[in-house]
Write a protein that binds this ligand. Sequence first.
Ligand code: SF4
Length: 383
Amino acid sequence: MKIQVYSSHHTRISPSGAHRWLNCPSSVFLPHLGEEGESEAAWNGTLMHAAAAKAIIQRLRPSVMVGATFTKSNENGGWEDLPDTFTPEMAETIRPYVEYCREMASVLGDKEAFVWEVEMPLDFDFLLGKAEAVRGTADFVAWDRANGLLHIVDLKTGHWPVSPVDNPQLMLYAMGAAKAIANADPRFITEPTRRVTFTIVQPKAGGVQSVTVDVSKELRVFFNQVMEATDALDRAMKDPEAHVVEGLWCKFCPAAAACPAKLGNAVEFVELMAQSPQDMGDREVARLLELAPDVNLWIKEAKREAVKRNGVPGWRIAPPRRKRVWKDATAAERYLAANGVKTPIPSPAQAIKKHTVPDDLWHWEATGSQRLVRDDSPFGDQA
Ligand code: SF4
């Protein structure tokens, strides 16, 4: 079985970064220094979203896709096979989301009164297009026409907890989806949708969480906020360094390594360290702790630079870590079932801990990217 992954066009202003750029528009226009290549977690998230879409559309249980490989669309309109395999852990992560969406689609399955779509491509140029193109993809959108209700469902595959309450990413999806549905079906205008239900399905933090809002209240307030952001984005585009605004949204900022506020914090940290923490007052120690993550940014940046240079004196590049994967998930499932292990089957590493597993059922596969290690590190080349 093959799972198709569609290439998406990366835009600097996207719904997933809305919490950040609504608060700090400069983060869009400062250089995104750490952005070469996707992190392993982000890439696995992309693979899981592709698998979840297939499972919803084709009414498949995620566990039956274990062992499937992935193929990705390329710029020439063709497909390229990927080395990745759909694992039991991935199946377990997407299962609650697939079940939630399938349940919704089947309970409200009357096509006339209820329409739904997975991986719905949306554009937001009508809202924010002054600065530059804004694109996004909503995981699952459903219009419950009979009840004047729009559903926006989002799968989160990570551990960082995300709430559907006052979530700008989901509110932008609602606006983009409303425009897309209205273009396809004028009844979306003539039979107004009055409420929107936002749902986050995050198996690794919080499970399924939903909130319903009124279009005329909460979404109207958010719409005004987006309109103000359009002007702020324009100002930040002209002079990004002058408009940085620090806050909780800095956590995943791709421009952090080029941010003047973060550089100022690192400099302040070094100045404070002229004195030993033992000789500092409480306020200074607290400030030191507050600034410490920003010093890490520069350490991370130095490591990234060393990798880019293929090593620097005293430091070398070690191969990626490895993990065991099933060679053939069906054969592994058959073997484990014969030994009393039920589906979904565990990973080879988990299976080996509890059972005798023949070596020819699994093999090593590289995971993650190259690592920077000290020249004399005894661990660098180990799995
Ligand atoms: S790190 Fe800097 S540019 Fe990024 S959001 Fe924070 S203040 Fe803005």
